[in-house]
Design a protein around this ligand. Structure first.
Ligand code: HEM
Length: 450
């Protein structure tokens, strides 16, 4: 058995300020020093194993996935705000719900939402101010939230739907910000827990908001049940799906699953789109190639052919390689185990870095460069074992087809309507729960004036 190298606690402590701001250079430094797996003890009694090893990752997420559960960071800390849906559950409950929900995300199901998606996308892109420096994250964040919301509730009769969606967006984003504060500044817990002290910055306030969101969702579900309409949206599909024993999902569970879809589905996509737009603006040659490709796709066959626009797809795939929004994931070993001559202890915590795996020099040629051509269908096969932007195994992202379709449609519509220009030479990021863009500033000009 090989020993896993441990980063000295003093080194960790000395760098804690830098790690707090941006942990990625620290991860890289240690992978370079110790190899593809190392461990850190950030405080007594806690040991975290970091890996960007493809074999260990496959072992944890695919081959022996039954022995690895999500850690309390996802099940408890995130679960406290968004309840217990797919993202935050383990075991049998997760399996049964995944089986019920998954068909709603099959390619043939999501084709039904494509037109709604397209309407939302065009509405949101129309809000872009020409000639002004625009942080595209703000545009794509609203856009991605609305796309998930309208795919869930494509129902013209919901009273005041736009206001309800805005409120849900405000609440889910507020809850996420609160969670980040709790995780990143744990020593302020006494302050955050006392609403009379911290007011709108408090955990009880955030939890009360989430209760309000649950109320909104319950009203939407009840109204739908009472109406005789079947608009064929995601809510419809979930209401009609059954478990193996023929029963339907309880309303409280449905509310949690919808909250999970909002959280899991909007920020990741918004991040990816912001990185994609910046990468493309930095690579005008790639924009030209996409434009040549999409010019041949006619509006009446757009929905069918979009997914077959190979170069556009490659640009999205390359973006997700360089800036995987879910840049890490974690698991806990239920039992002692072993893989690739490494001992995996019972209860040990494993943090898989997709970000580092996607940039390993021994796996990728010129890994820091944006080269969409590496994902041509013939070449892409060789990356199957170490390219995991949507995770791997049975817990792989349930919304991956949805996200790919959305991102490709947004980029197509954006390039049809706008010339995009960079205002800075580099791409900045901010690793929080997801890998977020920072200062994603671009300038948009209309293609009509060209
Ligand atoms: C670019 C966009 C997206 C990326 C990069 C992404 C990435 C991921 C990853 C890596 C996981 C697995 C996490 C793990 O194994 O610990 C995951 C899970 C999940 N994603 Fe996504 N995702 C995206 C978009 C979406 C969308 C649009 C939806 C739904 C509308 C969605 C819903 C979910 C759900 C529900 C899970 C939990 C699945 C389970 O555990 O069974 N995601 N996502």
């Amino acid at each position: 058995m090989k020993e896993i190298s441990q980063v000295p606690s003093l080194t960790f402590l000395a760098k804690s300020r830098q790690i707090y701001k941006d942990p990625l250079p620290f991860h890289r430094e240690n992978f370079q020093k110790y190899g593809n797996t190392f461990k850190i003890s950030p405080k007594p009694g806690l040991m975290i194993h970091f890996t960007c090893d493809e074999k260990i990752t496959q072992h944890i997420l695919q081959k022996n996935q039954k022995n690895f559960h999500k850690s309390s960071l996802q099940t408890d800390d995130l679960g406290k705000y968004i309840g217990h849906g797919l993202l935050t559950e383990n075991g049998e409950k997760w399996r049964a719900n995944r089986k019920l929900i998954q068909p709603a995300f099959y390619k043939k199901s999501i084709n039904n939402f494509m037109e709604t998606m397209d309407v939302v996308i065009q509405e949101e892109l129309n809000r872009i101010q020409l000639g002004a420096i625009t942080d595209v994250y703000t545009i794509f964040n609203d856009l991605a939230f609305k796309v998930v919301a309208r795919s869930l509730f494509d129902f013209a009769d919901i009273d005041d739907l736009d206001n309800k969606i805005s409120r849900l967006q405000y609440i889910t984003e507020h809850a996420q910000k609160m969670l980040i504060k709790e995780l990143r500044i744990p020593w302020m817990k006494w302050y955050f827990d006392r609403e009379w002290l911290s007011g709108r910055n408090s955990v009880p306030h955030a939890l009360a908001l989430v209760d309000e969101a649950r109320g909104i969702l319950r009203t939407i579900i009840n109204n739908r049940r009472e109406s005789d309409k079947e608009p064929g949206d995601l809510l419809d599909m979930l209401l009609h799906s059954t478990y193996e024993d023929g029963t339907h999902m309880e309303d409280d569970q449905l509310v949690d699953e919808i909250l999970v879809l909002f959280i899991a589905g909007h920020e990741t996509t918004a991040n990816a789109l912001s990185f994609a737009a910046q990468l493309m603006a930095h690579h005008p040659g790639a924009i030209e190639k996409v434009k040549n490709e999409i010019n041949h796709v006619k509006e009446d066959t757009l929905m069918r052919e979009l997914m077959e626009s190979p170069y556009l797809k490659q640009c999205v795939e390359e973006t997700l390689r360089l800036y995987p929004p879910a840049y890490v994931t974690d698991r806990v070993a239920l039992e002692a185990d072993q893989c690739a001559h490494l001992k995996i202890e019972k209860d040990s915590i494993w943090l898989v870095s997709f970000y580092e795996m996607h940039r390993r020099k021994d796996l990728w040629e010129s890994p820091e460069q944006f080269i969409p051509e590496r994902f041509t269908p013939e070449k892409a096969k060789k990356y199957r074992d170490f390219y995991f932007p949507f995770g791997a195994g049975p817990r792989m992202c349930v919304g991956n087809n949805f996200a790919m379709m959305e991102m490709m449609l947004v980029i197509r519509r954006m390039l049809e309507q706008f010339e995009i220009k960079t205002v800075q030479g580099h791409i900045d990021y901010h690793p929080l729960i997801t890998l977020k863009p920072r200062n994603a500033n671009l300038i948009f000009h209309s293609t009509m004036n060209q």
